[in-house]
Write a protein that binds this ligand. Sequence first.
Ligand SMILES: Cc1cc2nc3c(=O)[nH]c(=O)nc-3n(C[C@H](O)[C@H](O)[C@H](O)COP(=O)(O)OP(=O)(O)OC[C@H]3O[C@@H](n4cnc5c(N)ncnc54)[C@H](O)[C@@H]3O)c2cc1C
Length: 339
Amino acid sequence: MRKDVCGAAAPIAIFVEASSCGISRVVLELISKATEIASKSPREIVAFFPCFRNADLASELAEAGADRVIVAKDPLFDTYETGCYASAVSAMARSTLPDILLFGATPLGRDLAPRVANRLVTGLTADCTALDFDTEEGLLLQTRPAFGGNVMATIVCPKHRPQMATVRPGAMPLSAAKKYKRVGKIEFFDAKISPVNVMSRILDITRKDVVEAGLESAKIVVSGGRGMKGVEGFEILKELASLIGARLGASRAAVDSGWISHEHQVGQTGHSTHPDIYVACGISGAIQHISGMGGSKFIIAINKDRNAPIHDVADLSIVGDIFKVIPKLIEMIKEQPKS
Ligand SMILES: Cc1cc2nc3c(=O)[nH]c(=O)nc-3n(C[C@H](O)[C@H](O)[C@H](O)COP(=O)(O)OP(=O)(O)OC[C@H]3O[C@@H](n4cnc5c(N)ncnc54)[C@H](O)[C@@H]3O)c2cc1C
């Protein structure tokens, strides 16, 4: 395990992605995970924050559990530019020598992390859905789907440091940081980037109007698969979801059939979600789907096939026809007296 000059384990660093809407939720999820690792293997949690107009958000990171927030404030970091950000984050890593360096597997994180890994001459496990830490070996256990999603592989990086991973948004809960109540300090860092480091110039940004399905932070998700048979089937799910305050999810089969948009897809090539309750309706439970919802606290499966793999991960299995079970459920909910 890499140690600092005082013999303490080297820090866990997290790249901070933020916008005018605030700190990206995945950053807070990573701080939570880092806090959990630091509770097993004590070490600092450091946030790397290249920014300009968003610099005020540093205090939120300190409150969220980062022991040190290293802020590189420069107009060059106001808009994401690959070369500038890669140089800055690599410089921060060379100065703090982290044992672990984590990024959200967002479009930005996926663009940036491999370039930083290359500059630091280390490996990168992309698109992880789970992280753990082997305290004896000092290794980050990085789990991600492999071989077309047919197996979940746990990857380690024993020879190079930092151990680097991108982690899918929504794959980890937010709880740990609050539990350990860490509050950190803010430092400023000169990344020594000059305009000559800028390889491309952003002339204009056009935002695509996307209606977010809100799956990453949902408390309840009602999700439909091929068994919903069509758009009409999803109308029944929408009614159930609105009655119980749930978000709507879907399997890839339902999305590919054009019954619902991709923003609602749960799984390896969709969103990760870990709600308190996940209701899987007419979903068989392929590994690529489970990898996006397997961390849900309580899983209810409604499927007419008693041998469907979804029943193996379900806490409550209803073997029956969705088109009989769900209308009955809706009826019962409507009969409940309103409190
Ligand atoms: C690289 C790769 C990435 C992938 N990524 C994803 C991903 O992100 N998300 C994802 O979901 N999949 C993904 N898949 C696809 C995945 O392998 C499955 O094909 C898909 O999840 C199946 O969707 P489904 O369960 O809705 O359909 P099916 O497997 O066809 O299951 C339908 C289920 O509905 C049940 N059913 C039918 N009628 C009724 C009824 N009336 N009442 C009750 N039950 C009924 C059936 O018993 C069956 O179990 C990926 C595949 C690959 C190769």
